[in-house]
Ligand binder design. Structure first.
Ligand code: ATP
Length: 326
């Protein structure tokens, strides 16, 4: 986009993730540095369709780098998913002279961005931000590192209690369709078992390992369970394990505390790089792409492909769990 009379628009969509604000700040400052006007649309695609935009300049994004959530608010929009929604959004963007749109969100938001590209001629670039880390095209998504560290702190605390009371603790972490948080936090927190939606859980084998560990002198165990596991969550898994082992598990559901909070340094840096690179991509005329950081390099990949491809868990870590939990 070489026309400097055009504006760059930015919105956040889907679940909030720590570091979204750092990404907004980076987009705004990079775009104004490049000579563009910037408009922030509030509440995701809902706010875009409703023309709920605000002019953003470098001072509008002061003091937000370290804050969780998103100053632009976010939403999940049913209405936008209809063709009429995309057409309405395109009209609003054109009315404001927008030439490039940065969508900060997860895979659902990228499906929406790709759909919008069929109704609007401007450049659309996605910035991957979701605590789930389930987007291919980037090694990590914005928010994952912070969520992981929040969950880890909780597990470290639970471990103290599990150890003092010689108990089995079952901890449910976020991840409806993906086990990235569970696998990472289970590894970092030394969990005995990690249950993720990507792997069919054999509860008989899991229970047998927990009993064998007790017989060998382990006095406490932690099982980390992704919320999508078994579709029915940690309480159902706890009941099954209790029946098979005779241990009465204590269940802790970490829930939404994993979403908020100050972004980690790593997330702030990732968000800053990806936000700025999204503007560069727009300037260079790229569209229908997302930005990513792959092995330390900033790359572009197709929005459609990134939303459709399933990113795999680290198979080496998956195998290691049982070795390390001996
Ligand atoms: P998270 O991974 O944190 O949940 P997300 O971006 O995947 O974030 P979703 O709720 O799945 O969150 O998607 C955000 C919004 O994107 C939806 O509310 C909807 O407005 C839009 N969207 C999702 N899929 C489509 C689609 N196929 N067509 C148009 N819009 C879509």
């Amino acid at each position: 986009m070489t026309d400097k009379t055009k504006a760059v628009a930015v919105l956040t969509s889907g679940g909030d993730a720590p570091g979204m604000n750092a990404a907004i700040r980076s987009v705004v400052r990079m775009a104004t540095h490049g000579g563009y006007r910037v408009i922030g649309f509030q509440r995701g695609y809902d706010g875009l369709m409703a023309d709920d935009g605000i002019e953003l300049e470098p001072r509008s994004v002061s003091n937000i780098l370290q804050r969780g959530g998103t100053i632009l608010k976010t939403a999940r929009s049913i209405e936008f998913q209809a063709d009429k929604g995309c057409a309405q959004a395109a009209q609003v963007l054109d009315a404001h002279g927008v030439g490039g749109l940065v969508v900060i969100g997860g895979d659902g938001s990228f499906r929406g961005a790709h759909a919008l590209g069929r109704a609007w001629t401007g450049a659309i670039v996605g910035v991957p931000a979701t605590i789930d880390n389930d987007i291919s095209g980037t090694d990590e998504t914005i928010g994952f590192d912070t969520a992981l560290n929040t969950a880890l702190e909780a597990i470290d605390r639970l471990r103290d209690t599990a150890s003092a009371h010689e108990r089995l603790f079952l901890v449910e972490v976020m991840g409806r369709h993906s086990g990235f948080i569970a696998l990472a936090v289970g590894t970092a927190g030394g969990a005995e078992e990690i249950l993720v939606p990507e792997v069919d859980t054999d509860l008989d084998a899991c229970a047998a390992r927990l009993v064998a560990a007790r017989e060998k002198g382990k006095t406490m165990s932690i099982v980390v369970c992704a919320e999508g596991e078994n579709q029915s969550g940690a309480f159902a898994v706890a009941r099954e394990l209790e029946q098979r082992t005779g241990f009465v598990p204590t269940v802790t559901v970490l829930g939404h505390i994993q979403r908020g909070g100050r972004p980690s340094a790593r997330d702030r840096i990732l968000a800053t790089k990806l936000g700025a690179f999204a503007v560069t991509a727009i300037q260079r005329g790229s569209t229908d792409v997302m930005v990513g950081d792959v092995r330390g390099e900033l790359v572009l990949s197709s929005l459609e492909k990134s939303a459709a491809d399933k990113k795999g868990l680290d198979p080496f870590l998956l195998e290691l769990i049982q070795v390390l939990a001996q």
